[in-house]
Write a protein of this length. Sequence first.
Length: 192
Amino acid sequence: MELTIRRYYTFIEHKPIEAGRPHGEPLRKVAAVAIVENPYAGRYVEDLEPLIAASECLGKELARLAVEALAPYEAQSYGKAGIVGLDGEQEHANALLTTVFATPLRSAVGGGKAWIPSYTKRASPGATVDVPLACKDALYVRSHYDGITIALTDAPLANEIAVILGVANRGRLNARVGGLRFEDVKGQDGLV
């Protein structure tokens, strides 16, 4: 199966100050989005494997766009999300966000080993979505629990799916709730 892409979006949030405190390294969060025609809109299909397999190319392109928009910084956290139009099922968005889709992101950001947080929903154009973010190398780095909120004014249409990758270059500005520090991650199975 070949996916039909209607358009791409890239969102960038660049924040150098939080609570009146400037930071030497700003927090840059990026969301790369593809609006995909849903081949299963309006009908139930038992086997979603063709959609899963087709997601690899989509993962490569969105990872490329996200890393490019994050420059000159490198990713320390990542996440993914999907919004399926109202003629589709939430499961269609989930099919596009499996390991097949996510592996190119891990490769593009330096082989992150940690679980990639994910969120999907059904909605009409104009909906917002919070793309969850967590450290790419160890899930328990609390400073990197974050997200990027985006709104797509004209997508997804009823027969489309918005597929989203999020990345950030650091943890939250002024993070101070303890836990494992990014600098202390050892990369053992993504835990510590």
